[in-house]
Design a binder for this molecule. Structure first.
Ligand code: SIN
Length: 494
């Protein structure tokens, strides 16, 4: 086991070049809304309060929905080119303010400033992508079997959308949904993660500046009333679609609440990603892939490797190489330039990581790197060997920095074990055998596969899961489809 790492919990917050991007109000109808009832938002690295935002309830959410519904009447009539131009301007404004937005993101979420800068660029890329999709919302003409009729289809926006966001990508999860919604001609009411409202509010400030019309983008912040806000979004008949990223348990609840009004649904839910290293793999590349996939965002992404399966012939070598790299990580405040990995989001997240580690160790696993809670929300990036199927990590998403290494013998066995889960978001494997690359890619039950790559997310590619990992696809040429209806027009009497 490595020695306990030192870490920094108190640093000076860099000054924003434009302090007006840090807003402490909700945003409805292009107006900043305050309320006497507020909740505090903490820096997860220090536990210190960053600021306070309104604790909005169901009634205020209903008002925001009314506003979005009103704005839909005009926004849905704009041309694709008009929506393109506005999304492109919003993209430009985000990139022009990348450093300030990254600073706000690190402050509220904890990820390192380097990762936050990356998330701002990744997040902005969805606006650039969907700006370009807004002008390509093509319909079809269908060869008609009837001589006096012509068949065609057009795509139309579904209506106002309720968007419910997680804490782990405060910017990119918002833009991935809002970019598609606005490009399609929908308006939105967004509920950001209660831990991270400031990134969403900074984006609203930029939306207003670039001329996104009033009511098209609305943000309600909530903590104590969060269940009521979610329920209002899901049951209000004026909301025509719900897009949610978060846990499978909450996704199931929101889906059942939405059924009464038959809303269109996008659900990007939990994963339990297998990461498979075959004995013909380039081991150094596999180690790099595992580091990137497992420890991105300190292990707090839905696509993080959760079960690392290594073929028995290369198990020891892979474990040694991975542990050596992980031991070099530096845990600390995201603003400290030496930090490679920031804190977890809160104490509940730390408790879960500790529970998974204790469970594994009590059943015979061995810690070969890290392994300690460091105080506050910090936990050492950890590598554990000797994992077995009866351990919690085999079934549950850790959402934290533990790389648990399981051993396997054959391709057939590992496909079966990898698929033995209700989840199917991402899966990864490393092999240099081209036949195996095809076979395994096709047989893994997941929405996304990294074949010799540990990072797969891109605005160009469809993001989403199968099984209990969700419904729908975000980003890519398919992303806009989740926000439109296809209308068939039969032109008769010709
Ligand atoms: C997620 O964790 O939900 C998203 C990760 C990504 O976009 O790569």
């Amino acid at each position: 086991m490595s020695a306990t790492k030192s870490f920094v919990t108190s640093v000076t917050v860099p000054k924003l070049s434009d302090p007006t991007l840090f807003r402490q109000e909700a945003f409805v109808n292009n107006e900043w809304i305050s309320k006497t009832e507020t909740f505090g938002v903490e820096d997860p690295a220090t536990g210190k309060e960053i600021g306070r935002v309104p604790d909005m309830d169901a009634k205020e959410t209903r008002q925001a929905i009314e506003v979005a519904n009103g704005a839909f009447k005009t926004w849905s009539k704009t041309t694709g080119k008009q929506r393109h131009d506005l999304l492109k301007k919003w993209y430009d404004a985000i990139m022009a303010n990348q450093e300030d937005l990254a600073t706000i993101l690190t402050w509220e979420n904890g990820k390192t400033l380097a990762e936050a800068r990356g998330e701002i660029a990744y997040g902005a890329s969805f606006y650039e992508w969907f700006a370009e999709e807004a002008v390509r919302m093509y319909g079809t003409t269908i060869p008609s079997p009837m001589p006096n009729q012509r068949y065609l289809t057009i795509k139309q926006p579904v209506g106002p959308v309720g968007i419910i966001l997680p804490f782990n990508f405060p910017t990119a999860m918002l833009t991935r949904k809002v970019g598609a919604a606005l490009a399609a001609g929908c308006t939105v009411v967004i509920k950001p993660g209660a831990e991270v409202p400031y990134s969403a509010l900074a984006l609203c400030e930029l939306a207003k500046r670039v001329g996104i019309p009033a009511g098209v983008v609305n943000v309600v912040t909530s903590l104590e009333h969060v269940a009521d806000v979610g329920k209002e979004l899901c049951t209000n008949p004026d909301v025509k679609k719900i897009s949610f990223t978060g846990s499978t348990a909450v996704g199931k609840l929101l889906m059942s609440q939405s059924s009464g009004t038959m809303k269109k649904i996008s659900m990007e839910l939990g994963g339990n990603a297998p990461f498979i290293v075959f004995d013909d793999a380039d081991l150094d590349a596999a180690v790099e892939g595992a580091l990137a996939s497992k420890f991105r965002g300190t292990g707090q992404t839905c696509v993080c490797a959760n079960r690392i399966y290594v073929q028995s012939g290369v198990y020891d070598e892979f474990a040694k190489k991975l542990a050596a790299k992980v031991a070099d990580f530096k845990v600390g405040h995201g603003f400290d330039a030496n930090t490679t990995h920031g804190p977890l989001i809160n104490s509940r997240a730390v408790e879960k990581v500790q529970r998974h580690l204790d469970d594994a160790v009590s059943k015979g696993a061995k810690v070969v790197a890290g392994g300690k809670a460091l105080g506050g929300n910090f936990f050492e990036p950890t590598v554990v060997t000797g994992m077995t199927n009866d351990m919690a990590i085999a079934d549950e998403e850790t959402f934290g920095p533990i790389a648990g290494l399981f051993s396997f013998d054959t391709e057939e066995e590992i496909i079966r074990r990898a698929n033995d889960t209700p989840f199917g978001l991402a899966a990864y494997f490393y092999s240099r055998d081209v036949g195996r690359v095809w076979r395994v890619s096709e047989q893994l039950e997941s929405g996304m596969v990294g074949a010799n790559s540990g990072i797969i997310s891109s605005c160009y590619a469809p993001f989403g899961g199968v099984k209990e990992s969700g419904l729908g696809r975000e980003g890519s040429l398919h992303g806009i489809d989740d926000y439109v209806h296809i209308k068939y027009i039969n032109m008769g009497g010709l």
